[in-house]
Design a protein around this ligand. Structure first.
Ligand code: FFO
Ligand code: ATP
Length: 194
């Protein structure tokens, strides 16, 4: 019954396939170009006075933010990673001496005693499966980021910035009422300010 497949599911499958088929070399170049792109745009992204940033550990072909993380550490900015808490996310400090445990999806999470809630962060860099130039985001389908930031106004902290390979861009995503819009998207070749 392929005719009744949810269009978001179909798109999700295609775009996940596209990012997973990038070679290790392509992934490495993409991560380096992502950092160059971020550095060039730092002033536009309001990175002054930033103290706490959330990133993610790349999974399933996602563009890797590990070079961004090193860059933030050099500037004494604290970095955090998402931790599943029921159907939402909480954020745990990530530093050189982090101890890990795997979540139900096999993604590592820091083991820590104190967590931050989303609104305590200045910037959250989100992984995504697909994006469009209006700030539309398609994720893995768990609704975790959407639930976590459901009550955030766009002019409130944190800034939500998507990180993606260029092959994850689509003209226009089928958006649902609960989707939280991104304030910007950074790829190896472009910074889209929404
Ligand atoms: N790197 C990264 N971390 C993240 C997310 C993400 O998208 N990327 N998340 C964003 O929300 C949360 C985790 N959400 C996820 C949801 C589904 C799958 C996943 O791989 N699903 C498999 C089925 C796995 C299973 O059920 O056993 C799949 O769809 O193939 C992974 C992460 C928090 N951490
Ligand atoms: N604010 C919310 N309150 C309750 N349910 C929500 C909320 N946001 C999303 N959901 C539910 O989560 C499910 C998945 O949503 P969606 O497909 O948009 O996830 P996603 O953005 O792709 O995932 P993720 O954010 O985890 O990467 C949907 O079935 C939706 O009903």
């Amino acid at each position: 019954m392929t005719s009744h497949l949810d269009p978001r599911q179909t798109l999700r499958r295609q775009l996940r396939q596209a990012r997973r088929s990038l070679s290790p070399d392509q992934q490495q170049c993409a991560a380096q170009e992502l950092l160059s792109c971020l550095k060039q745009q730092c002033h536009h992204l309001h990175t002054n006075n930033i103290k706490r940033i959330a990133l993610y550990l790349s999974n399933d072909g996602e563009i890797s933010p590990h070079l961004l993380c090193e860059y933030f550490w050099q500037q004494n900015i604290q970095t955090y990673l998402p931790v599943l808490q029921g159907k939402q996310l909480t954020f745990a400090r990530y530093s050189a001496d982090t101890v890990w445990q795997e979540n139900i999806y096999g993604i590592n999470e820091p083991i820590t005693e104190s967590y931050l809630s989303g609104e305590e962060l200045d910037i959250v860099f989100l992984p995504l499966v697909g994006f469009d130039s209006n700030g539309g985001r398609l994720g893995m389908g768990g609704g975790f980021y959407d639930r976590t930031f459901a009550n955030k106004r766009t002019d409130e902290a944190p800034s939500l910035i998507g990180l993606a390979h260029d092959c994850q861009q689509v003209k226009s995503l089928p958006i649902e009422g609960w989707d939280v819009p991104l304030q910007a998207i950074i790829t190896p070749t472009q910074v889209i300010q929404v």
